[in-house]
Design a protein around this ligand. Structure first.
Ligand code: HEM
Length: 508
């Protein structure tokens, strides 16, 4: 009996030792890769397991990136879990990689998000597939098309301003992130899904409830980060997005596309572009590229996912920055009032671009609080950079830490101060255009940039004609740790003071 127990213990211990050894070999498999890269000046030394920073889930990622750049320089290697990556915080090199030598860096990482629908997001598609998808959808997001969408956008914004006004009259606090997220999801619902909702007014609406499930704010510490960085295949066991929510949105898109087809109307918008793609599913070209019904539906989801939180984050920080910088706010309010006076109280696509100070405030916000923490490319063909001697091998992930560049004195003097003036047209020549990376750069840059800018400018003007912002005791910026993708601020409030200097056409 004792011999049997002893044998069993031996088998179990041997199996456990074997398993642990295999796991350690797996997580350390790529260790040493960066140290062999020619011309790479520094590598952030990895721990025994878990990569270069095992505590990254507890840190404010964009601050840590800036620290790393200060310590290791503008080019360094870093193990994200088991994956070797090269960080580049030099705008000239970023330009070369993202634009000039794009043929060497054509893709981003192909990732598994744990659901067939979401795995087809445009930005993570293989190059040939991405090229067809991007060129099919780009025409629906040009300035001309945004002009058309701005009418729907304005309707959603004015409904929202009205509801915010009611809430403020009832002494509810102005909680920017929550309020702006409601607005941006309403706008995408109208412009992308043809669905009219007022999230603040109807919090129980099914669309609103599903939207809330996309929110990524809840976790205090992102405990999954070190696990999924080390064992990426586990993502499919703990999917990023709730499958029922993905199915819900996919069904809405299907219905909207169907009713557009049945109505026989064509306005060359996003829905029409999706329908045109859908017609080609099954053709030789699409079959060869693997473009399926899922690929088409997923683009509608990314329109939603990529658009609502990034835009709401920008408006949150813009409002915060105005409250904290009263002189800037005063100057902006003067511009808004003069604009309204000039245009008989109307806020429209055709004229909104006249407000150069508003655009500068928006860009300065995007510099200081870029919603995306990093942008990345995968090297698809070995690359050599003569001036530095850097040789990036095929397959290597290149990361650009946006905040580390945006807070570098060399590119933005006095980087911790909110100075919209640096983005005024007359100061354009003083700035390195490749150092401003909030929407990325090159052929893979943000396809929704014009849409986002239009929405922010229309919404802020509609709001600032009625309110100005002041800080209160809760107005403090605290970030959620461990966010390697989206900047995530903890809730705070602002005082939204009703302006007494009314102009024609105020909405409330
Ligand atoms: C202030 C708001 C926004 C910010 C700061 C932002 C930022 C970004 C950034 C940094 C990228 C990566 C670019 C690169 O790798 O070079 C990106 C890509 C993308 N964005 Fe946005 N975005 C915003 C709004 C939107 C909106 C409203 C939409 C949809 C209408 C959208 C759709 C996309 C898509 C589809 C991609 C992938 C493009 C590709 O890989 O070809 N974004 N965005």
């Amino acid at each position: 009996m004792l011999a049997v127990v002893g044998f069993l213990a031996y088998v179990i211990i041997t199996a456990l030792v074997g398993l642990v050894t295999a796991a350690v070999i797996y997580v350390r498999w790529h260790y040493g890769t960066l140290e062999k890269v020619k011309g790479l000046p520094a590598v952030v030394k990895p721990a025994i397991v878990g990569g270069s920073d095992v505590y990254i889930h507890k840190k404010i990622v964009h601050d840590q990136d800036s620290e790393n750049v200060k310590k290791y320089g503008k080019i360094y290697g870093y193990y994200e879990g088991r994956q070797p990556q090269i960080y580049i915080a030099d705008p000239e090199l970023v330009r070369q990689i993202f634009i000039k030598d794009f043929d060497h860096f054509q893709t981003k990482r192909i990732m598994d998000f744990g659901h067939a629908l979401i795995n087809e997001m445009m930005d993570i598609l293989p190059y040939d597939k991405w090229k067809v998808v991007r060129s099919s959808l780009s025409p629906s997001l040009t300035t001309g098309k945004i002009r058309h969408m701005s009418i729907e956008m304005t309707e959603a914004i004015q409904d929202w301003v009205g509801t915010v006004g009611e809430k403020l009259k009832n002494n509810e606090p102005f909680e920017p992130k929550r309020l702006y997220t409601a607005l941006t999801s309403d706008v995408v619902a109208r412009c992308g899904f043809g669905t009219k909702v007022n999230s603040l007014h109807d919090p129980n609406d099914i669309f609103v409830q599903h939207t809330r499930k996309f929110g990524t704010e809840d976790l205090e510490i992102n405990f999954m980060l070190p696990v999924t960085q080390t064992f990426p295949f586990l993502i499919s066991l703990a999917p990023f997005f709730p499958p029922d929510t993905l199915d819900f949105f996919a069904n809405i898109v299907k219905n909207v596309m169907k009713s557009r087809r049945e109505s026989n109307t064509k306005i060359s918008d996003f829905i029409d572009s999706l329908n045109e793609m859908m017609e080609k599913v099954g053709t030789e070209e699409y079959k060869k590229l693997g473009i399926t019904v899922n690929t088409v539906l997923c683009q509608a989801l990314i329109f939603f996912l990529a658009g609502f939180e990034t835009t709401a984050t920008t408006m949150t920080f813009l409002s915060y920055s105005l409250a904290k910088n009263p002189k800037v706010q005063e100057k902006l309010l003067e511009e808004v009032d003069a604009y309204l006076a000039r245009h008989d109280g109307k806020i429209e696509h055709e004229t909104i671009g006249e407000m150069t100070y508003l655009a500068a405030c928006m860009n300065e916000t995007l510099r200081m609080y870029a919603p995306l923490v990093r942008v990345e490319r995968v090297c698809t063909k070995d690359w050599y950079h003569e001036p530095t001697g850097l040789r990036i091998p095929k397959g290597m992930v290149v990361q650009v830490p946006i905040h580390a560049i945006h807070y570098n004195e060399e590119y933005f003097p006095d980087p911790h101060s909110f100075k919209p003036e640096r983005f005024l047209p007359e100061n354009k020549d003083k700035m390195n255009p490749y150092a401003f990376l909030s929407f990325g750069m090159g052929p893979h840059n943000c396809i929704g940039m014009r849409f986002a800018k239009e929405e922010i400018q229309l919404a802020m003007t509609n709001l600032l004609r009625n309110y100005e912002f002041r800080p209160n005791a809760s107005t403090k910026i605290k970030y959620h740790p461990g966010r390697t993708f989206l900047l995530q601020v903890k809730p705070f409030t602002l005082d939204a003071i009703r302006r007494t200097k009314f102009l024609k056409g105020e909405t409330i």
